[in-house]
Design a protein. Structure first.
Length: 185
């Protein structure tokens, strides 16, 4: 492998967790990644097949950025989403992007649910032992410096070099419409 390519691959942003029951992505969009969500972060297998690395068994994406102008290319990599995101999709733009890129599955539509709360509850229903769920939440695949994770993965994160783990528990809170509140700043 070319030395520069190897260096780029080592520096490439990704989550320091390869095995999750659920990954929650607050937003996706063409302004974040040409693929809507970076497949290097969520796993190329979701886009092109192949080995499940990393293995995020349920991918829940909550919203589409306004800068995407309705182009939801990459939505096909998600398992679950919200009706809020679905209402923002310009199907023509999304399908034309998929046809042009020849990645047809990038325009497939995941199951959409009423709101963030219902979507997250549905994802949790698919985990055999929800009390021991391995889950993380990211803002988007371009912003991985800070993320939320369940207690079940904290010891794994503490063992990684260069990781800072804040032990102050954060609860996932929702507003009256069932929308997940943003990360505290």
């Amino acid at each position: 492998m070319d030395r520069e390519l190897l260096k780029a691959w080592i520096l490439f942003p990704r989550l320091p967790l390869d095995d999750l029951d659920i990954l929650v992505v607050d937003e996706m969009g063409k302004d974040i990644s040409g693929a809507g969500m970076d497949p290097n972060v969520i796993g190329f297998w979701r886009r092109e097949g192949g080995p499940r690395e990393p293995d995020y068994r349920t991918l829940l994406v909550l919203d589409l950025t306004s800068k995407s102008h309705g182009n939801a290319t990459g939505i096909g990599m998600a398992d679950l989403t919200t009706q809020r995101l679905m209402k923002k999709i310009d199907l023509h733009a999304t399908q034309m992007n998929a046809l042009t890129s020849k990645v047809l599955r990038s325009a497939r539509l995941p199951i959409s649910l009423e709101n963030d709360r219902v979507a997250l509850e549905t994802a949790l229903d698919g985990v055999p032992y929800a009390r021991h769920v391995r889950m993380a939440r990211i803002v988007n695949t371009g912003s991985l410096e800070t993320f939320w994770a369940t207690d079940t993965v904290l010891s794994e994160l503490r063992s990684k070099r260069g990781m800072t783990v804040d032990d102050k528990p954060l609860q996932l809170d929702f507003n009256n419409e069932g929308r997940l509140l943003p990360f505290p700043r």
